[in-house]
Design a protein around this ligand. Structure first.
Ligand SMILES: NC(=O)c1ccc[n+]([C@@H]2O[C@H](COP(=O)([O-])OP(=O)(O)OC[C@H]3O[C@@H](n4cnc5c(N)ncnc54)[C@H](O)[C@@H]3O)[C@@H](O)[C@H]2O)c1
Length: 596
């Protein structure tokens, strides 16, 4: 029989604590909510009220249930109020000495059988536990932000946590409607160990003006389907908390440089820019605590104004290539009303591409997403050619041929001879340096990267890559074209992986390393990222879909260009590729897909 928890205490009512109070009170458990001072207590009370009022306004909570919820919460200043609770969850700032002091005090105040839990994200639960005389009753219960919404709880057992305490806490999580993963005491547990290197890397991109905050966030939302971009997520987590988590992970997690907080973070924390809770972080919010972003001096001008800024008029577009990407891109341009000249290496290939475009457009008609007349008009806009000479009068060329530098360079040299002046020449490369391709022409200022995602007709994101020689007009034109295609163009520098792959693949590689170290299982790691961070797929699901060979190649490129030791491909990934386990396409990758 699992132990009954009828009253729990929550210490610290900040970003996490207030949410944790709500989780318990919503599930019929009485809560003693404790803060350090009366004003802090009032802030916590206001946060809880704001959250439950929003739930009522959205129809997710009945008014009577809200009132009952509030009646279950008793607010107090100081730990003495916790003398008779069954369980305490501590959610004070991420400092070991502070947490140890609080645990020593809780040990003194609470009943001998009370379970003491910490919500720490990165500190050692073991080190916190030894501040008490009952380390076997100390455990980590790591909720995710926002606690009332996110389904995951990481239950962290130390080497001395009693098995029945673990079992009781697991049963409690189930009662709260949460999904728990139980793991050992390692810095960052599952989710944060995989998340924070990525977040810190995104801050580094922003700090180095590699891309704007809006573009970094849009890239990860639209390119990977994440619920929030990394900088918006940093603001939600709180920059002070994020700094402490990174700092602890750096020190506890083997001094991985990727966890050394980017200097900008410290500056922002010192300047009081803590994110949503202070009303300003990477973005500016309506008021402290509000989720509503308002314009500030860094907000880019509205699209139309930006587009007028030097963009050249584009009516006719050449697409070179006959693969999956070229086919999708031809369809996208033709559907958006552009005249398209498709150039392949022969009539046979053209016929194949034409057939594929027709099939895809027909699917749109069958699904009721495209009128027959629009399909016919789109097809009517495409002309099929096997010679580059037909690109003499286009305004934009999009190259989507094989991913080989020598082939692309030769093609761009030919385009340079054939195309009229002022044409924007774009490559869809996902891994080669755009500047290499640009320098094969006499007009590098007109060359950009236009990195479409697969399938191009569906994916809303395009990375616009500007090299150190690209002109502002060429970049503005590329961006305007993306908008005209109904896609979001994000502008970034010419580095391996651009934005999305540079941020995504090291995270996937880290997940493989975590599995390899036997810290957790593929299922639990996938669960943790989906339920703790709202990712549409877990890392192993995604790796099997993308293909392990493709993932390994991208990771190798990143490692070679940036020489970051933490980017070294996980040996397990290399072994699986060597063994021919490439993911869904070979029916086996991290998982066996042969029966599905
Ligand atoms: N922010 C996140 O996204 C997140 C997610 C999961 C876990 N965590 C962890 O939760 C813990 C709290 O983080 P947060 O982001 O909520 O911090 P926060 O700064 O938003 O809130 C901390 C609260 O603790 C209070 N406090 C400080 N000293 C206290 C004391 N002696 N007694 C009682 N209350 C005290 C503060 O007044 C403040 O309200 C940290 O360990 C953090 O790592 C944070």
């Amino acid at each position: 029989m699992a132990r009954e928890f009828s009253t729990v205490g929550v210490v610290g009512l900040g970003t996490m604590g207030a949410g944790i109070v709500e989780v318990f009170a919503r599930n019929g458990i009485d809560v003693v909510a404790v803060e350090i001072s009366a004003p802090a207590l009032e802030r916590g009370r206001a946060t809880l009220k704001g959250s439950t009022d929003r739930a009522v306004a959205k129809g997710k909570l009945a008014e009577a249930d809200r009132d009952a919820l509030h009646e279950r919460v008793h607010f107090a200043v100081g730990l003495d109020a916790l003398h008779s609770v069954d369980l305490v969850i501590e959610a004070v700032p991420e400092h070991l000495d502070l947490k140890q002091r609080i645990f020593a005090e809780l040990d003194r105040v609470c009943r001998p059988d009370t379970i003491l839990a910490t919500n720490t994200s990165s500190l050692s639960v073991t080190e916190i536990s030894v501040a008490t005389s009952r380390p076997n009753q100390v455990i980590g219960i790591h909720f995710f932000n926002p606690a009332p919404v996110m389904k995951l709880v990481e239950v962290v057992r130390t080497v001395v946590t009693a098995p029945e305490v673990v079992a009781d806490v697991e049963a409690l999580c189930a009662r709260l409607g949460k999904v728990d993963v139980t793991i050992n005491d390692r810095a960052g547990f599952i989710a944060n160990a995989l998340l924070f290197g990525y977040l810190n890397h995104a801050v580094g991109m922003f700090e180095s003006h590699y891309a704007t905050r809006e573009d970094i966030d849009a890239a990860m939302k639209l390119g990977c389907g994440l619920p929030m971009g990394p900088l918006a997520l940093m603001d939600l987590i709180g920059l002070d908390t994020a700094y402490e988590i990174l700092d602890t992970m750096y020190r506890r997690g083997g001094r991985d440089r990727r966890h050394a907080p980017v200097p900008l973070l410290k500056q922002m924390v010192t300047a009081g820019l803590l994110g949503r809770k202070s009303g300003r972080g990477f973005y500016t919010y309506e008021r402290p605590g509000s989720p509503v972003v308002v314009s500030d001096e860094a907000t880019p001008p509205a699209t139309e104004a930006a587009l007028a800024d030097g963009a050249r008029a584009i009516a006719k577009v050449g697409v070179v290539g006959s693969g999956t990407m070229a086919t999708g891109i031809i369809e996208v341009f033709a559907k958006a009303g552009y005249e398209v000249v498709s150039v392949t290496r022969g009539a046979e290939k053209s016929a194949k591409v034409c057939e594929a475009v027709k099939t895809s457009l027909n699917k749109g008609v069958v699904r009721g997403k495209l009128a027959e007349a629009d399909r016919d008009a789109a097809l009517g806009r495409i002309s099929w050619s096997a010679t580059l000479d037909h690109l003499a009068d286009v305004d934009l060329v999009v190259e989507a041929v094989v991913e080989e530098l020598s082939v692309k360079k030769a093609l761009f040299a030919s385009l340079d001879e054939i195309c009229k002046p002022g044409v924007v020449l774009a490559t869809t490369t996902s891994s080669l340096p755009v500047i290499d391709v640009a320098m094969a022409t006499q007009r590098p200022a007109d060359v950009v990267g236009l990195h479409f995602f697969n399938p191009a007709p569906v994916m809303p994101l395009v990375e616009v890559v500007r090299t150190i020689r690209t002109s502002p007009e060429a970049t503005a034109t590329a961006r305007a074209v993306c908008a005209a295609l109904g896609k979001t163009g994000v502008v970034c520098g010419d580095r391996s992986g651009f934005i999305v792959n540079a941020l995504l693949f090291p995270y996937l590689n880290d997940a493989v390393k975590m599995l390899e170290a036997s810290y957790s299982t593929a299922d639990d790691i996938d669960h943790a990222m989906k339920l703790g961070c709202g990712y549409p797929m877990g890392p192993f699901e995604l790796l099997d879909v993308v293909g392990l060979d493709v993932s390994l190649a991208i990771q190798r490129e990143l490692y070679l260009e940036l020489r970051e030791p933490g980017f070294a491909p996980a040996p397990l990934l290399e072994h699986l590729v060597t063994a021919g386990y490439l993911g869904r396409k070979t029916r086996r990758g991290f998982r066996d897909h042969s029966h599905r």
